[in-house]
Ligand binder design. Structure first.
Ligand SMILES: [Zn+2]
Length: 265
């Protein structure tokens, strides 16, 4: 009888100790966790999503880490953007790390994204102050720079066929960072051969803007590009060149559907 009592006390003591030490563990990890599961996207596209402790080639990129809610919003955006690209495309262009952060800067300039082909990484800024449209647009734009580097080993490639159609200022994309009062990014219907003032700054920016307008899944950018191409031959020829380039990378039926849209009212 006495032995049983001692045994019971021991069991109760053990249960008490275990139940007690499990509480603090749950309390400290669960509510503060900033984890959002990206493993489904990682598996589907063969890419890593990274949120901190990433180095860049130049040691000039800096950023802040996303909160859990910002990661959730980022996942919605990334899911929709990645649907644009063919299966295995990110592996093909050797993109291994998608770095999702906020307040992204290159040196002292805030940037929506920074492609770093040398490290097989691209940084995307998911600031809550940016509109969704801006995030979709900027990410697709920067992925085009990444793709061009993969193709030509050059972020500023002079593509002879394209340069025949480009008659911009060649001042370079950085000009826009130094002139913050000018609206470079809005669609400008009366600008012949260009979508906006930003595209005039350099052929590689022009090409990335065409791709961003064409593929942006929200807003009116796609329709604006199509309506400009209906009346602007240079715009149309440049778009055909870009869509042909993307078809050569495995995108299906882009030209067919582009011409179909041009014919529609
Ligand atoms: Zn650009």
């Amino acid at each position: 009888m006495r032995k049983n009592k001692v045994f019971l006390i021991l069991i109760s003591l053990l249960l008490f100790l275990f139940s007690n030490c499990s509480y603090p563990r749950l309390a400290s990890s669960s509510p503060k966790s900033t984890n959002v599961d990206f493993s489904d996207l990682e598996q589907k596209y063969g890419v890593n999503f990274v949120f901190s402790n990433v180095r860049d080639t130049w040691d000039l990129v800096n950023y802040k880490v996303l909160t859990k809610n910002e990661k959730k919003t980022a996942k919605v955006i990334m899911t929709r953007i990645l649907e644009i690209y063919p299966e295995n495309f990110l592996k093909k262009i050797n993109l291994q790390n998608i770095v999702l952060v906020k307040e992204l800067k290159f040196l002292d300039d805030f940037r929506a994204a920074v492609p770093d082909n040398y490290m097989s990484s691209i940084f995307f800024s998911m600031d809550s102050s940016y509109t969704d449209n801006y995030k979709y647009h900027a990410d697709i734009h920067e992925l085009n720079h990444y793709i061009e580097y993969y193709l030509w080993n050059d972020y500023y490639y002079k593509w002879p066929e394209y340069d025949k159609l480009y008659d911009g200022t060649n001042l370079g994309g950085k000009t826009a960072y130094d002139n913050k009062k000018t609206d470079y990014y809005s669609y400008t219907p009366d600008l012949t051969g260009f979508l906006n003032k930003y595209s005039k700054l350099a052929p590689e920016e022009d090409r990335s803007e065409i791709i961003a307008f064409y593929f942006c899944p929200i807003g009116n950018e796609h329709n604006n590009l199509i309506s400009k191409c209906k009346n602007d031959k240079i715009m149309k020829d440049k778009t055909v060149l870009m869509l042909s380039l993307y078809e050569s990378l495995g995108f299906k039926d882009l030209l067919k559907s582009f011409y179909k849209e041009l014919e529609s009212k």
